[in-house]
Each structure stands twice: as C-alpha cells, then as structure tokens.
Design a protein around this ligand. Structure first.
Ligand code: AMP
Length: 217
C-alpha cells in the first residue's frame, strides 16, 4: 500500500504522517527529514542540498528522485509506505508512477491536507524541530516541557532555516507553482482524499484514518 501525503508547507504532513503511520503500522518516508539528516552529517548529498533548502527552493530532481526510489522499496515498507513530502512536482509524480508500475505496484491514495494560508504562516513561524530525532513542536500551541529541549530525546530544539519569514514566502510560492498542480493530477486519477487540516493533531489524524478506512484499502 502506497499513500502520499500532500499539502502546503505547514499543513501538517510530517506530523500527520507520523501519527497515521504509527496507528496503521506503516513506514513513514519523510523526504525533508532524510535531506536534513544528510546536511547534519555533512555528506556530499547534504552539501548539494543545503543551499536550496535554506532558500526554500526545491532540491533538484536529479538528487531527490534517486534517493526516494531507493527508499520506497525498503523492507521496512513491506506493510505499506506513507510518502511525506514526495512528490513535489509533476516530474517526480510521473517518475514515481513509472517506477512503481515496473514493480506491478501503484499509489493507492493521496491524502491532501487543506489548511488556510493564515494558519500555515502561524504554524511555520512558531515551529521548532529536534536536532536529533526531528520531532516537531510549536512555541505557542505545542511547546516542549523544558524550554528548547526535546521531550522525547532531550536534544536541542532549533528553528529550521527555511522557517524564517523570507524562506517561508518562497516555499509557499514554490508550492503554488510546482506542487499544487498535483492536486489536479491525483484528482483526475481518482485517488485524492481531501482532509480539513485545521484542528488539533489527534482530531485531524482521526479524520485521515477514517477517510482511509472508508476506502477499504
Ligand atoms: P519538508 O520537510 O517536507 O518541509 O521539506 C523541506 C525542504 O526539503 C523543501 O523546502 C525542499 O527544499 C526540500 N525537499 C523536500 N522534499 C522535496 C522534494 N520532493 N523535492 C525537492 N525538494 C524537496
């Protein structure tokens, strides 16, 4: 089973993908997290991606596509995979469809998490991330118990460079131009499930699970 989580930056793709993956026992493939780990480790791939991510631009397809295709058939995904943050443009979507088709597989459903622009900006500007385990927090609505420290592993929290105002503006522009057309692409394929992404994490997560279960996947 392959499920894509689609939505603007700040829509809650990562948070919801983690929630649903845990409840339904699926493998959560978070492409932004993979890229950030490469940067933290200082690898060659990390070096190539850092400047794009910092500016809020998409990392080139030549870097991202092979990385994702390598993970998509990993043994951890045997029961099913949630793709979080991929695809982000038509080229990626078509390449993914072709790669799965060659293995007699296909995307089952696409969960589009819909959130107003005002709420996206509020969420992104207050977001903090654990440097080690990538767990997300929000300074106002979901603060850590100890300031600047992760509840799960105790590591330092930081503000992603692409969550500062200028990069957020760029990311929202890139989303509208490159990623939003995928809503139509998957709708025409009859795979789109649109979910209202406003509300607390558990509420939205249960909406997604109910919609997926209603599809009898
Ligand atoms: P995210 O953690 O999903 O918000 O992604 C953060 C950043 O990682 C994006 O703004 C891009 O720079 C990069 N990125 C993540 N996924 C992709 C992708 N599928 N294609 C290109 N760049 C990506």
């Amino acid at each position: 089973m392959y499920i894509i989580f689609l939505g603007a930056p700040g829509a809650g793709k990562g948070t919801q993908a983690a929630y649903v993956a845990q409840k339904l026992n699926l493998f959560h493939l978070a492409v932004g997290d993979l890229l950030r780990k490469e940067i933290e480790r200082g690898t060659e791939l990390g070096m190539k991606t850092k400047s794009y991510m910092g500016k809020g631009e998409l990392v080139p397809d030549s870097v991202v596509i092979p990385m994702v295709l390598q993970h998509v058939s990993a043994p951890e995904g045997e029961l099913g995979v949630i793709l979080d943050g991929f695809p982000r443009n038509l080229k990626q979507a078509e390449t993914l469809d072709q790669a799965l088709d060659q293995q007699d597989k296909a995307i089952d459903k696409v969960v589009y998490i819909s959130v107003s622009e005002e709420e996206l900006i509020r969420r992104l500007s207050g977001r903090r991330i654990c440097r080690s385990c990538q767990a997300p927090y929000h300074m106002a609505s979901f603060p850590p118990q100890v300031e600047d420290s992760c509840d799960k592993c105790g590591s330092e929290l930081y503000q992603r460079p692409d969550d500062i105002a200028e990069a957020v503006k760029k990311r929202l522009e890139v989303y509208s131009a490159e990623t939003a057309p995928l809503i139509d692409y998957y709708s025409r394929a009859g795979k789109l499930l649109t979910i209202d992404g406003e509300g607390d994490v558990g509420e939205v997560g249960e909406r997604i699970i109910a919609a997926l279960c209603g599809e009898n996947l």
